[in-house]
Design a protein around this ligand. Structure first.
Ligand code: COS
Length: 380
């Protein structure tokens, strides 16, 4: 395995790093405190091509590979995981899903604006009673000939209020189980579509998370993605790629926490020397560095699998499972290395610790990743 980065990939990595340092860092604590959605920053990320990184240039994207995308995700997430989750959802769930399975008309109408960052999208699968158990959809999309009538509630939707375009998974024919599920493109201004209050979250507080309510929303049939009954497969295939983006986010959170802890340990003195000179701290740094590098290899592997056209369900699930564990563990240790300062917002590591937790939960919990991994290795 050769993960030598090309000139272009190094340039993208550097561009994301610069943007994170120059634009995201300064207000990140305030946005976290106030649960403020960084609309202006999202617009700038769109201008730089971060909102549709893997989308073909003919649809307004940057035409890059998944490896470039995870490099950017890592750098953005080191500084601001709230901004990076918006990037991840827009890129891997919304744009990828539309580009791969949408009609030409859907791509022209929606993808071009989403990929350029002019508007952002949301992916709506989870429900009050269908999070991990995703086939148990209660939201219904009843077939009325040339349109569907959509009813139900979706929960914990990233970009919930700021999105303009929503990919909504709903049950059309209950008798057919998951083969009776459809994915529909819903526009924000459709009648009967209401957005619930913003969730008050532990972490990624700058991201915009809401419940969504659909009450007899009329969705034209031309807004269905793929054939009738393709919705659950669409969700699974899209999430398989989404998990690579979240794995990269987790990697970035871990690497960001580690870099802060490393710097701090070389500056802070205790017992007459910098704390990095105490083996108890040096060994913590050694463990963090080793695990982050292992996580990075899993993330790169999954991205390379996707770019090479290989099946990436297993490698993506392994990358997400491991990188999110490393993010949590590393962020907790980074707080510990910072001691009392680690508990204070100004030092950033407490936020990274809170942000890390969600990477073990969304786009499939760690337990779901273990189902995916174990089924894959046991099937032969
Ligand atoms: N790619 C394509 N199809 C897939 C797939 C994948 N990665 N994973 C599952 N499927 C298909 C299966 O092939 C099956 O279709 P067929 O019956 O035609 O073969 C269908 O999806 C249902 O799969 P399965 O029978 O395995 O369903 P289960 O209810 O046992 O659960 C899991 C499948 C647990 C893997 C799924 O429900 C899941 O991923 N849950 C988590 C959802 C999630 O990530 N939620 C977070 C929301 S986004 S924040």
């Amino acid at each position: 395995m050769d993960f030598t980065l090309s000139e272009e990939q190094l340039m993208i990595q550097q561009a994301a790093k610069d943007f994170a340092q120059n634009e995201l860092l300064s207000g990140v604590i305030e946005r976290d405190d106030a649960q403020k959605f960084p609309s202006e920053l999202v617009r700038k990320m769109g201008e730089l091509g971060f909102m549709g990184m893997m989308v073909d240039e003919k649809y307004g994207g940057s035409g890059l590979g998944t490896l470039s995308y995870v490099l950017a995700m890592e750098e953005l997430s080191k500084i601001d995981a709230s901004a990076s989750v918006m990037v991840s959802v827009n890129n891997s769930l919304v744009c990828w899903g539309l580009e791969t399975y949408g009609t030409e008309e859907q791509k022209q109408k929606y993808l071009t604006r989403l990929a350029s960052g002019e508007i952002i999208g949301a992916f709506c699968l989870s429900e009050p009673e269908a999070g991990s158990d995703a086939t148990s959809q209660k939201t219904t999309a009843i077939d009325k000939g040339d349109h569907y009538i959509l009813n139900g509630t979706k929960n914990w939707i990233t970009n919930g209020n700021q999105a303009e375009v929503y990919l909504v998974i709903a049950q059309t024919d209950r008798e057919k189980g998951h083969h009776g599920i459809n994915a529909l493109i819903v526009e924000k201004n459709m009648e009967g579509f209401d957005i619930g209050p913003k969730e008050n979250k532990l972490g990624i507080r700058g991201s915009d998370t809401h419940s969504l309510m659909f009450n007899d929303v009329k969705v034209p049939k031309k807004n269905r993605i793929g054939d009738d009954g393709f919705g659950f497969k669409f969700a699974m295939k899209t999430l398989a790629g989404g998990r690579i983006g979240i794995a990269a986010q987790a990697l970035g959170i871990a690497a960001g926490a580690y870099e802060l802890a490393l710097k701090y340990s070389k500056e802070r003195k205790a017992f007459g020397t910098e704390i990095a000179n105490h083996q108890v701290i040096a060994f913590k740094l050694a463990d963090m560095h080793t695990k982050i590098q292992a996580a990075r290899h899993l993330v790169y592997q999954a991205a390379c699998d996707k770019d090479a056209g290989n099946d990436y369900t297993l490698s993506g699930a392994m990358a997400k499972l491991y990188a999110s564990e490393v993010a949590m563990e590393t962020a907790v240790e980074a707080v510990q290395i910072h001691g009392g300062n680690g508990y204070v917002k100004d030092y950033h590591v407490e936020r990274l610790m809170r942000d890390a937790k969600i990477t073990q939960i969304y786009e499939g919990t760690s337990e779901i990743q273990k189902i995916v991994i174990s089924r894959s290795i046991l099937k032969d």
